[in-house]
Ligand binder design. Structure first.
Ligand code: SAH
Length: 603
């Protein structure tokens, strides 16, 4: 028997001579035969010096691996080449699989050396800035060897866990739908403005680098040689570069030479309240203080009933308050019905179909949602993983116009939050309450008993209003309250603000919101399709002036009904208005062209 040869499985990096490792160069030089896909052979041609070459087509990986094993078993030193890293969708695994089939063993079989290379996720990231930087994963969209269902599950898991994602094999001549489907899954979890990098032929002759956004990425060229890098919820763009922060800003002031935390303080748990160590300390404090953790268990059916009876007067009020809504056509009537069921159910909670993309609400809160949605009839209990109470997330405010919390309301919020939960004050004049909770309906009942407005978080309609100059200019308050009862918290294609200003000063900025209403001289002016954030922010389009009180709520309800019915998932109201052209009889007009400015952060 001839002495055994050697298999060198070599990743030669992105494709230029500068980014190939020394070991890869030496391994190529010492091999007698080089086996590889045609394009790769062309890329490494300058490195060849008389080796026997076996070129194959792209789909012939199996015969390439078999041939390599056969020649190595005949005693030759055989190089099998992959671009990037041979262990990342490359030839390394297949070579081992062919060997395993033959009963190969390390101690007496052919020697195998896998030579690592720079993979596309790294080479492409380097051209984009520093988009990877934090927890990331690679997903190949090629379903030639992997069931599409599996790929979908992985995209969903990575999207919901807020990984930076590098998509390999995003698209080919035949596989064109995969990237479209993937984008729509990602949009269910991430902001449409999430930065996305498209790098084609990194470090090769036709290199192309594009910085775009999740919603816009399909408007660019994506092909076989493109890697798509999707940012996470904190990724930003600065001067055309994509950067994902590692988290230094949590502890350091990046533009100061002197840091508030001295080196010896930086690793203490007080300096890292987000750490596992700090969580352990909090749990210990809570149990020492005698605060029993909310125990999962059957919630009293009495509590559920209390919520149902507590909710009913409001629900009835919602329908009564909209007498003309029923006459105005089927859409507002069904909105009122939806409001009725929502209130009877104790309010819908986070995590439904349009789960929020920020990753703040873990899957556990969906349990909370389910439990509360069924509260009218069933006494549900919510449990997260491993028997822990689910994290329950809900928005709380003292009123639509009223901005004043009472001391009792604050005390209740503090009591409910305890050591385990958190309260976050948001720009929407709302406090977001996040607490582990085994009995959401009881909790909602307690909040409402204290006259707090309790609202779901996520892709819902939010009704906001100024404080009506400390309730002195209060003519429009009933309209705001009516809209809150009928529309507040309804599921929306995308989070939508309906904002009301109580006088012509419009100091609350209602005209910048998705739907703005300004009360003036006894009538209501209506503004549609504002975009408050982003480089191309614009005010809403004024569509009507002086609408009488009796008509304004019906008109807004009609607009909402149309948007709910015809809006695409994740389509913001201003985009919807532009796309459909006419909403509830109001015609869209293009805003004047915006001036391009360099964003400091965000998009
Ligand atoms: N082993 C390779 C990956 C092979 S799969 C590696 O580790 O990089 C083929 C996919 O890799 C392509 O569809 C593309 O998504 C990505 N890719 C490989 N080389 C690339 C390059 N030079 N520029 C951009 N993407 C590349």
């Amino acid at each position: 028997m001839s002495p055994l040869g050697k298999l060198l499985v070599i990743g030669f990096g992105p494709g230029d001579m500068e980014h190939i490792t020394k070991r890869a160069l030496d391994a190529l030089a010492e091999s007698e035969v080089i086996i590889g896909y045609n394009t790769y052979m062309d890329l490494i041609r300058p490195l060849l010096n008389g080796q026997e070459i076996v070129r194959t087509g792209m789909t012939e990986e199996v015969s390439r691996a078999q041939e390599a094993v056969r020649q190595a078993e005949m005693g030759k030193k055989v190089a099998v080449i992959s671009s990037g890293d041979a262990g990342v969708y490359g030839m390394a695994g297949l070579v081992y699989e062919v060997l395993m089939q033959k009963g190969w063993r390390r101690e007496d079989g052919v020697e195998v050396e896998v030579v690592p290379g720079i993979s596309a996720i790294q080479s492409c990231a380097s051209l984009l800035g520093a988009p990877v930087m934090h927890d990331a994963c690679t997903i190949s969209l090629s379903d030639h060897l992997t069931p599409w269902e599996t790929i979908v599950k992985r995209v969903e898991a990575a999207a919901s866990a807020d990984f930076v994602i590098a998509l390999y094999n995003p698209r080919s001549g035949r596989r064109t739908r995969q990237i479209v489907e993937t984008q729509s899954i990602l949009l269910r979890y991430r902001d449409p403005q999430t930065p996305v990098g498209l790098v084609k032929s990194a470090y090769r002759e036709r290199q192309q680098v594009i910085v775009t956004t999740l919603e816009d990425m399909l408007n660019h060229d994506i092909g076989m040689l493109t890697t798509v890098i999707i940012g996470n919820s904190s990724t930003m763009v600065y001067d055309g570069l994509i950067v994902t922060p590692r988290g230094y800003q949590r502890k350091y002031t990046l533009d100061a030479s002197e840091q508030a935390l001295k080196p010896h303080q930086r690793l203490r748990t007080e300096a890292e309240p987000w750490s596992l160590g700090a969580q352990g300390d909090r749990a210990l404090n809570a149990s020492q203080a005698g605060a029993a953790p909310a125990a999962p268990g059957p919630s009293a059916s009495g509590a559920a009933a209390a919520v149902a009876t507590q909710a009913r007067p409001q629900a009835v009020a919602a329908v009564q308050a909209a007498p003309s809504a029923a006459q105005a056509g089927s859409a507002p009537a069904s909105l009122a019905a939806e409001a009725l069921s929502r209130l009877a159910a104790g309010g819908r909670l986070p995590g439904e179909a349009n789960a929020r993309w920020s990753g703040q609400a873990p899957a556990a809160s969906a349990d909370g949602a389910a439990a509360v949605a069924g509260a009218g009839a069933v006494a549900g209990t919510a449990t997260g993983g491993f028997g822990k109470p689910a994290l329950f997330e809900v928005g709380v405010s003292p009123g639509v116009g009223n901005k004043k919390f009472t001391a009792r309301q604050m005390a209740l919020l503090a009591e409910i939050t305890g050591d385990e939960g958190e309260l976050e004050y948001t720009p929407d004049h709302q406090i977001v309450l996040r607490v582990p909770c085994a009995d959401p309906e009881e909790l909602v009942g307690r909040l409402r008993d204290e006259r707090l407005i309790v609202m779901p978080i996520g892709d819902v309609f939010k009704v906001k209003a100024c404080d009506f100059c400390n309730m002195e200019k209060d003519d429009a308050v009933p309209v705001a309250e009516h809209l809150q009862v009928v529309l507040g918290g309804l599921q929306a294609p995308k989070e939508t603000s309906i904002a009301l200003n109580g006088c012509g000063m419009a100091c609350y900025g209602a005209v910048l919101e998705d739907i703005g209403i300004v009360y003036r001289k006894g009538g209501y002016d209506l503004f549609l399709g504002g975009k408050k954030f982003g480089r191309n922010a614009h005010a809403a389009q004024p569509v009507a002036e002086g609408i009488p009180r009796e008509q304004i709520t019906d008109i807004v309800e009609n607009i909402i009904a149309e948007y709910k019915e015809k809006g695409h998932p994740n389509e913001r109201f201003h985009k919807f208005f532009k796309r459909v052209g006419v909403v509830a009889g109001f015609r869209h007009e293009d805003a004047p062209a915006t001036v391009e400015v360099n964003a400091v952060c965000g998009d």
